[in-house]
Design a protein around this ligand. Structure first.
Ligand SMILES: Cc1cc2nc3c(=O)[nH]c(=O)nc-3n(C[C@H](O)[C@H](O)[C@H](O)COP(=O)(O)OP(=O)(O)OC[C@H]3O[C@@H](n4cnc5c(N)ncnc54)[C@H](O)[C@@H]3O)c2cc1C
Length: 341
């Protein structure tokens, strides 16, 4: 088996789509699950990284980064209606979605163009346009650092919620996800009830879209709303939509009837953080090179030379303003790696 590649004092800016200046003490590139059993020993803290589109380095990482590049994809028909797709955690998510569409396997069309690796997808139960990974996920294969063994966790074992899972909360840092299995349909049943998607389909006169047409419509919407990290550094939605008790939502909606909202987990109500931020005039607002994206207030961007200090001030300003105006606390969606972590 090929030994792992180990590098020291590594520049992290190109490994995170927000591209703040930061360095890691060590970086190990993982290409085969078997390499996990023979990693060079270390007492350093470990951090798994996929494509870095949901990780923001607010300072240097004093430990080892495990860069997940575990590849592979396999399709196994289960019955006339469904197939199981197994994918290595280091595969690119968007490419996997495209491959599934090309092979007549359905259920992922709305999740096209989400940046990142397959292995990070269960971390926050990625979702877009009314579909979440949890709708198709069967199981997750993971290396358990506590017991030094490979495990298979069923979807229910993963405790998936809105941008959430046990990997992000109770078991943060415990597992390295090596692959996932999904059950996809042979027959295409479009999920087109999400408001902006439904509107875009109507606009394009696609009352019965094909899988490719649905995915293309999602891609158009995404290109319109979100900056391409290759051109303008960002980590997608920077804040989660806050989920509040029904009574809190009722009071807020009395005061702000236009506030977009949706049913959340456990009979609570999810509020549109982007609307709340935009209404306070933050679009285009900047602290140094850290800014609120001009076209979508939920996205923070790095205009080029942003520092962690700039970003921190910006985050605090937005959160304080939202707390003052709406009495709601915004939580960052990406993992912020703080220097004293
Ligand atoms: C422009 C843009 C648009 C986006 N749109 C969406 C969207 O529509 N919906 C959505 O849900 N997200 C969205 N995101 C966020 C991001 O794409 C997802 O969270 C994606 O799953 C991150 O993948 P990654 O490989 O880049 O993760 P990374 O940033 O590398 O890692 C994210 C977290 O997962 C951990 N991790 C990564 N891989 C593993 C592994 N194999 N095992 C254990 N832990 C691991 C890391 O330690 C870190 O905590 C967007 C981001 C950008 C930049």
């Amino acid at each position: 088996m090929k030994p792992v590649t180990l590098r020291r004092d590594v520049d992290l800016a190109p490994l995170s789509t927000f591209r703040l200046p930061a360095r890691a003490r060590e970086l190990v590139i993982l290409e085969h699950p078997e390499q996990l059993e023979s990693l060079p020993p270390t007492d350093l803290p470990l951090l798994v990284l996929g494509d870095g589109s949901n990780t923001v380095f607010m300072g240097d990482w004093p430990g080892r980064i495990l860069l997940n590049r575990l590849g592979g994809m396999r399709v196994e028909p289960l019955d006339d209606n469904t197939s199981r797709v197994d994918a290595g955690a280091g595969e690119n998510w968007h490419r996997l979605v495209r491959t599934c569409i090309d092979r007549g396997l359905h259920g992922l069309e709305n999740l096209v163009m989400i940046p990142g690796s397959v292995g990070a997808a269960p971390m926050q139960n990625i979702g877009a346009y009314g579909v979440e990974l949890s709708d198709v996920l069967e199981s997750v294969r993971a290396w358990d650092w506590q017991t030094a063994e490979m495990l298979e966790l069923s979807r229910d074992d993963c405790a998936l919620g809105y941008r959430d899972s046990r990997f992000k909360t109770t078991d943060r840092g415990r597992f390295l996800i090596t692959g996932i299995s999904m059950r996809l349909d042979h027959e295409f049943r479009p999920r087109a009830d999400y408001q902006s998607l439904a509107r875009a389909l109507t606009h394009r006169r696609l009352s019965k879209p094909t899988p490719r047409q649905l995915a293309a419509t999602v891609m158009r919407l995404r290109r319109h709303r979100l900056p391409d990290p290759a051109r303008l550094a960002n980590a997608g939605s920077f804040f989660k939509n806050p989920v509040v008790e029904t009574a809190v939502a009722r009071d807020l909606l009395k005061e702000f009837p236009a506030l977009p909202h949706w049913p959340g987990d456990n009979q609570r109500v999810k509020l549109a953080a982007g609307w709340m931020i935009e209404r306070l005039g933050f679009r285009g607002y900047r602290i140094g090179d850290a800014g609120v994206y001009q076209h979508h207030a939920l996205v923070l961007v790095n205009h080029g030379q942003a520092t962690a200090a700039d970003l921190k001030v910006l985050i605090d300003k937005v959160r304080q303003a939202i707390r003052r105006e709406y009495g709601v606390t915004l939580e960052p969606e990406p993992l912020l790696i703080e220097p004293d972590f």
